[in-house]
Design a protein around this ligand. Structure first.
Ligand code: SF4
Length: 119
């Protein structure tokens, strides 16, 4: 049995999870169906949002904050951060601009979270 805390809403239900495949997972302690979905994803294919910075040229500061637009597979997090380190974008940028397309082959884009003007 595994215990998880559902992070799908601020209630933070304490989930108890039996089983390890989509077919045999049984979840208790959930306040709603989203807890079951969260637990099944977490057990079979955990994903995370990744936040960080990339270098930016031509702006008033050397780096700009970015995040993945959607969660990516947990095992790709370090490769994703490495790609952040190797990326340079150019000012001006607006919130939501794509800084990295299809990061690490995940099909997920990395977007800018802070707009920066040209200096
Ligand atoms: S199980 Fe439902 S109510 Fe509980 S934390 Fe998850 S989303 Fe919120």
């Amino acid at each position: 049995m595994r215990e998880l805390i559902c992070i799908s809403c601020p209630m933070g239900c304490h989930l108890k999870v039996e089983g390890d495949t989509l077919e045999n997972i049984v979840v208790t302690g959930n306040g709603c169906i989203r807890g079951v979905i969260y637990a099944k994803n977490e057990i079979t294919a955990p994903k995370r949002m990744v936040c960080g910075t990339v270098k930016i040229e031509g702006a008033t500061q050397p780096v700009v904050s970015v995040k993945t637009k959607e969660p990516i597979p947990k095992e790709k997090i370090f490769d994703c951060l490495e790609q952040f380190n190797q990326t340079t974008i150019f000012a001006p940028v607006n919130v939501g601009d794509v800084a990295i397309s299809n990061v690490c082959g995940t099909g997920v884009d990395v977007v800018v979270t802070k707009g920066l003007a040209k200096k």
